[in-house]
Ligand binder design. Structure first.
Ligand code: 0WD
Length: 256
């Protein structure tokens, strides 16, 4: 239906087949886009290499990019520039917090843990946008992933909720900065999905159960649903939308 033929997108944060980033990659691949993947740890490379074989597009590029390192971000986008020249979008699907701080009381968050979560989960969006901007000479779209815990208190989400609030505010400021270059910046607030990262959140099962019981659509969110909304945000159909946060969560966010 939607064609992204001839367009190139960077997908950051595919760890395995359950990753939301992988859902986004598949939607973009179906639309004919060319994909570049970035991963964090060495041990993830094999996973990504194997996954990429499932795609229709056979010419994906895979690069390392630990977003804690300015140098790696710079080198990564420099290499992308040398390999493809122009890119049309970035999917930022990256977050991290210490497991011990995703339970109990937020008031006990350590300084280190707070800064780490902000660094990897929020600041990285600005750093990536800055590095991607010179490659987005034809305009384009940047999409990041957030969660309801950034807007209101969700049990155990704690330091990550505060990082998501910061990420969502970053989306607005970046949208304002980059709009003049024809670059749009938006977030998708995804409902809870069982992924590697979600393993760190205590009592995740009851979070999923509550969605099935109470969300207007009475089912949990899938990677495919997030992927297709990302496809919309990367396509020209969303050309009037920037600085926005779209909830793909079976409508759960409208409940009190
Ligand atoms: O319920 C959920 N799973 C939800 C997740 C609901 C709503 C939002 N999200 C968000 C997450 O907070 C995150 O921002 O979606 C995004 C993707 O998370 P995911 O798909 O749930 O988790 P996972 O599959 O574990 O991917 C997280 C990625 C991994 O990718 P790589 O390719 O690096 O293996 O974040 C990566 C992590 O390694 N990551 C980093 N990437 C670069 N530099 C870093 C880092 N320093 N730290 C973590």
């Amino acid at each position: 239906v939607l064609s992204l033929e001839g367009k190139t997108f960077v997908v950051m944060g595919v760890a395995n087949k359950r990753s939301i980033g992988w859902g986004i990659a598949r939607s973009l691949d179906k639309a004919g886009a060319r994909l570049i993947f970035t991963y964090n740890q060495d041990r993830m490379l094999k996973n990504v290499e194997k996954l990429v074989e499932e795609l229709n597009g056979k010419d994906s590029i895979i690069l390392q990019c630990d977003v804690e390192s300015d140098e790696q971000i710079e080198n990564c986008f420099q290499e992308i520039k040398e390999k493809v020249g122009v890119i049309h979008g970035v999917a930022h699907c990256i977050a991290f917090a210490k497991t011990e701080e995703l339970q109990g009381e937020f008031v006990n968050t350590s300084r280190d843990g707070f800064l780490l979560a902000q660094n990897i989960s929020a600041f990285s969006l600005a750093a990536v946008a800055r590095a991607a901007r010179p490659l987005m000479t034809e305009g384009g779209s940047i999409v990041t992933l957030t969660y309801l815990g950034g807007e209101r208190v969700v049990q155990n989400y704690n330091v990550m909720g505060v990082a998501k609030a910061s990420l969502e505010a970053s989306v607005r400021y970046l949208a304002n900065d980059l709009g003049k270059d024809g670059i749009r910046v938006n977030s998708i607030s995804a409902g809870p999905i069982r992924t590697l990262s979600a393993k760190g959140i205590r009592d995740f099962n009851s979070v999923l159960n509550e969605i099935e019981e109470r969300a207007p659509l009475r089912r949990t969110t899938t990677q495919e649903e997030v992927g297709d909304t990302a496809l919309f945000l990367f396509s020209d159909l969303s050309r009037g939308i920037t600085g926005e946060n779209i909830h793909v969560d079976s409508g759960f966010h409208i409940l009190s």
